[in-house]
Design a protein. Structure first.
Lengths: 383, 469
């Protein structure tokens, strides 16, 4: 039991790391999408591109690690989630492929049209991927994943809680990215971009806070037990999350940037851990599947704990090295091509990735509107 | 690999989602494995070039290392996402496998995660640190990538070999009650599968990179840049080829004893017998072998070093326990072995000319061979995967779980298969186009760069084709 709880905590910690690291990379895609036309969006896109480039693959590995821990420690629950929520997961997979390929390819092509197309692919899929991941997490929280699931159904992940969680994920990614980018802009001494991302961080912070509250309220009807525990034993974490959010907004309004990154990440982490603590020891709410009966024998759990300790010991310093080198500007995108790439970029139209075509922006707005509509409808049906 | 998919779809006998699920797994794995080979072995090739560049102050080798690392950046990014697709597919396509055995085969995947982290982190440092982490410091940031590529491959292959020779756990009433992770990782098939795949990765990456420069040389670009670009990866790949043939031979013998039905399919052994002939080529249908060259007694000789050796045939199990499309398994096996020997020949040719004349061969035929060596290595590796995966059917975990029991019960796999095939076709085409556009850009920029940010300019008077040997 202790081993199962420990691995549960490890899974939650890995999910948290993916959210605060990988999530911000998705958020970068969101701001890339909304940065406007080629000229207006050039500076922020360049900052986003430079910031994400050296780190996104390493951050992305947390997702793979999360999956592995999930299926190794809790194989029954894993199979249930993968079966019942197959459709949004497939869509998230598609988003992951398009995001990674679009981002990696954009910097290697030279024609403006292709850069635009790939940039739009990257940005749009950066929006979809966290949304669909969020709907799956929402479906779990709302108790929509049955034990021994044998088929997928649309209603699993299209409930109000799921959709709200999807939007919450997108907003939280955008919030984290904007806050991190303020720091990046400040480090480069770029006042305009600092203000630019400060405004976006504030807006995203407010939206994220509102969506968090809405999700919490929605849980009251979809999973009363979880709601009760979130306002019960997990209340301290909920308060920490709220306090972090308010502190970030206050600091940003005061024009301060020191410590906001850590506070923003801590706020998101507190939400995740609040969920974990509130749900403990149940793995799939609404079923009898708990941390201890979801599948793995003791030796597997112990092996995972040892493995995680090794990961912390080896990967921790490696990540620290990566981030330290990045924050000292020792890693530079385009360096691998050296003088040649530099020469090529000089002949290129004023660099910085171009914006997506207006049709893509329209599609995003349509998606958001559709989501809101679906949510309104499901809500009415629920009453 | 597309051909194999079509065949798998066309001839598999089971219904439901298992056929499209297998086709999708084959397509995505067949695609990813090429990138995985690049991820495993390309760092070593790049480091070798950088080592030569630093050690001999060789600008050409340095330029090659830098350019290869740029291509590596593209390939690693695509490989990272296609690898993630496979992680999801483990659950989305094979929930039955994960539900039953996730706790057993999960641990090697976890170890793989550790090395995947190291690989991703140090790849970023290496790729984006060219200018500001000069000289040997930069070289050393690449070493963890090469090592984690090897250990990561070992971990993933641990899972696949465990599916061939499952062990290291006990089950009670259909539930896994205890696991020995060490025995799972180092299962009975691991000793040959691990080196076989890692060496295959070195052959694929080495011959593929070398082939690019062989094509350039065939087109008349006979300069030191192209000879060096050919020699570094070619020598590495050619050097591991004989080792690979030895490992493959050992693997075949182990399969003959560990998975006799797979072996019988590889070698057309219908009935258990002594003095079993070896078939080269030939199509098995309706109990007959059409075409093909029959060498009496050779199969028994290869299995047990004596023509008196008894070889188990597929009649040892009922038809429901035999793999489908025996001829596909056999022909893929023959193609893999044949191409392995062709690549060995290319290496021996170069070695002989080097021994006699201290230069690379001048014959046009050699460079044609070099130009196709990359495709040959890739085809051989894909054929090997068809042999081991189709040959294990109808089991996903050998003799413990059928593939049909592992497959998802969800409908619509045909739809995801269609979408993913289109998506991967675009992805593959885009990757190739981008690599080609990089090559064009480099060509326009000229062969060796006029200056290197660090290190003195290298001597230009070294004989063509000498570097890297």
């Amino acid at each position: 039991m202790i081993a199962a709880a420990a691995v549960g905590a490890i899974l939650l910690a890995s999910v948290t790391l993916y959210a605060v690291l990988g999530g911000a990379d998705f958020g970068g895609g969101l701001w890339d999408l909304l940065a406007g036309g080629d000229k207006r969006g050039r500076a922020p896109r360049e900052l986003i591109d430079d910031t994400i480039t050296p780190v996104w693959e390493a951050n992305h590995v947390w997702l793979v690690f999360d999956l592995v821990i999930f299926w190794t420690a809790f194989p029954h629950a894993f199979a249930d989630v993968m079966t019942a929520a197959a459709l949004p997961l497939w869509l998230a997979v598609g988003g992951i492929v398009l995001r990674g390929a679009g981002f990696a390819f954009r910097k290697e092509v030279q024609s403006l049209g292709l850069q635009r197309l790939l940039g739009a692919t990257f940005a749009f899929s950066s929006l979809l991927t966290p949304f669909f991941m969020g709907t799956v997490v929402g479906a779990i929280a709302a108790g929509q994943i049955p034990d021994g699931a044998s088929h997928a159904s649309l209603s699993t992940w299209t409930g109000a809680t799921s959709l709200l969680t999807g939007f919450l994920f997108v907003a939280a990614c955008g919030y984290l990215a904007a806050v991190y980018l303020i720091g990046e802009a400040a480090r480069r001494g770029d006042r305009r971009l600092r203000v630019y991302f400060t405004r976006r961080a504030q807006a995203a912070g407010v939206v994220t806070g509102a969506l968090s509250l809405a999700t919490l309220t929605e849980l009251h009807s979809s999973n009363a037990q979880l709601f009760g525990r979130l306002t019960g034993r997990a209340l301290p974490l909920v308060i920490v999350a709220a306090a972090c959010g308010v502190a970030v907004l206050a600091l940003l309004t005061a024009g301060r940037t020191r410590g906001v990154r850590v506070l923003a990440a801590a706020g998101v982490a507190a939400v995740i851990w609040g969920w974990g603590v509130a749900q403990y020891p149940v793995l799939l709410p609404g079923t009898g599947v708990t941390l201890s009966n979801a599948g793995a024998p003791h030796a597997t759990l112990v092996a995972l704990i040892v493995l995680f300790a090794v990961v912390v010991l080896i990967i921790g310093p490696s990540f620290a090295l990566l981030f330290a080198l990045q924050s000292r500007s020792l890693l530079h995108a385009g360096d691998s091509g050296t003088a040649l790439a530099a020469a090529a970029s000089r002949t290129r139209p004023p660099s910085g990735p171009p914006g997506p075509p207006p049709s893509i922006r329209a599609a995003v707005l349509a998606l958001v509107a559709a989501g809101a509509l679906v949510r309104a409808l499901t809500r009415r049906r629920g009453r | 690999m597309r051909f194999a998919d079509v065949v798998v779809v066309a001839v598999a006998r089971t219904g439901g989602q298992v056929v499209p699920a297998r086709a999708q797994m084959a397509a995505t794995l067949g695609f990813h494995i090429i990138l995985a080979c690049m991820g495993i072995a390309l760092p070593t090739i790049v480091l070798l070039a950088e080592f030569i560049g630093l050690r001999r102050a060789d600008e050409v080798a340095m330029t090659l290392a830098r350019r290869w690392s740029q291509a590596m950046g593209v390939l690693v990014a695509v490989g990272a996402v296609t690898g993630t697709v496979l992680s999801f597919e483990m659950g989305l396509l094979w929930p039955g496998l994960m539900r039953q055995y996730g706790a057993v085969l999960g641990f090697p995947f976890g170890v793989e995660g550790l090395f995947f982290f190291l690989e991703a982190i140090f790849t970023a440092i290496y790729l984006y640190g060219w200018r500001r982490l000069g000289g040997w410091a930069h070289f050393w940031t690449g070493v963890p990538i090469a090592l984690s590529g090897i250990f990561g491959a070992m971990s993933v292959i641990a899972v696949n070999s465990w599916m061939n020779q499952p062990g290291g756990f006990t089950a009670q009433g259909g539930r896994i009650v205890s696991v020995n992770p060490w025995q799972v990782f180092f299962n009975h098939a691991a000793p040959y599968e691990m080196p076989h795949m890692i060496l295959a990765a070195y052959m694929v990456a080495g011959f593929t990179v070398a082939a690019v420069y062989a094509v350039g040389i065939l087109r008349g670009r006979r300069d030191r840049y192209h000879y060096t670009g050919f020699a570094i990866p070619f020598v590495l790949a050619a050097a591991v080829t004989p080792v690979q043939i030895y490992v493959g031979d050992t693997a075949a013998r182990s399969i003959a004893s560990g998975q006799p039905v797979k072996f019988a399919s590889m070698e057309y052994v219908a009935q258990t017998a002594r003095d079993v002939p070896e078939w080269l080529g030939g199509v098995y249908a309706n109990g007959h072998i059409y075409g093909g060259l029959r060498i009496p007694g050779l199969d028994s000789l290869l299995v047990g070093f004596s023509t008196r050796t008894q070889v188990t045939g597929w009649d040892s199990v009922p038809p429901s326990g035999r793999p489908p499309v025996v001829w596909l398994i056999h022909l893929c096996f023959d193609v893999m072995v044949g191409l392995g020997f062709l690549l060995l020949l290319a290496g021996l040719w170069a070695l002989y000319v080097w021994w006699r004349r201290r230069r690379l061969p001048r014959s046009r035929l050699f460079w044609l061979l070099g130009a196709v060596s990359g495709v040959a290595a890739i085809v051989a590796m894909e054929c090997g995967w068809v042999v081991t995966e189709v040959g294990r059917q109808p089991w996903v975990v050998y003799r413990l779980q059928t593939t049909a029991a592992a497959a998802t019960t969800n409908g619509g796999v045909l739809a995801s298969l269609g979408i993913i095939v289109v998506l991967y076709a675009v992805l593959g085409a885009a990757t190739i186009l981008i690599l080609r556009s990089l090559a064009r850009r480099w060509r326009r920029a000229g062969a060796p760069e006029p200056e290197v940010p660090y290190g003195p300019p290298g001597p230009q008077d070294r004989a063509f084709g000498r570097a890297g040997t």
